[in-house]
Design a protein around this ligand. Sequence first.
Ligand code: GRF
Length: 198
Amino acid sequence: MVRVAVLVSGGGTNLQAIIDAKAAGKIPSAELSLVVASNDKAYALTRAANAGIKGVVVHKEKDEDIAHYGQRLLAVLKENAIDMVVLAGFLTILPENVIQAYDHKMINIHPSLIPSFCGAGFYGLKVHEAALAKGVKVTGATVHFVNEIPDGGDIIAQKAVEVLPDDTPEILQKRVMEQAEWIILPRAVEDVAKNMEV
Ligand code: GRF
């Protein structure tokens, strides 16, 4: 069984989608072994506790060397025998040492159809603000492997969502989460875990 850590920073709705999918028997190849939050205010930690999943906080200190932060994060993942990492609304930039340690074993959910509206500075509502500003009629979400380029790794799954005339960034974000993110991320966790040799 692949041991999965989910890295979070905020509300944890994508984490909840994975928890619910696991409970529904849709992720037989993986177990949710750990939730790592970048801050102690993340409601995702409450979701983890409610689901009986161990939750820890690994916070990058303001002036901390990023490689040092990476070593601390890797130590926590190693202590918990983590095979695969899922970034679900995780906002801390990961250093090379962490990305290399989980090459093609770390996935991320991005709230657009990559290569549109992605890369440095495109996260959360900013992504939907850019999509609305551009006037696209279709957007969606992408699950991809994590590499050293922000949102640059191989694409695993995508799902399109219609943009409606009166959409605000908040309305569009909610539709993309409900109709795309919360569907393709749990599926990707199972697909990647199933193909991993551990
Ligand atoms: C979501 O829009 C997700 O696409 C992005 O972070 C936002 C918050 O996700 N990666 P969550 O509710 O914390 O899972």
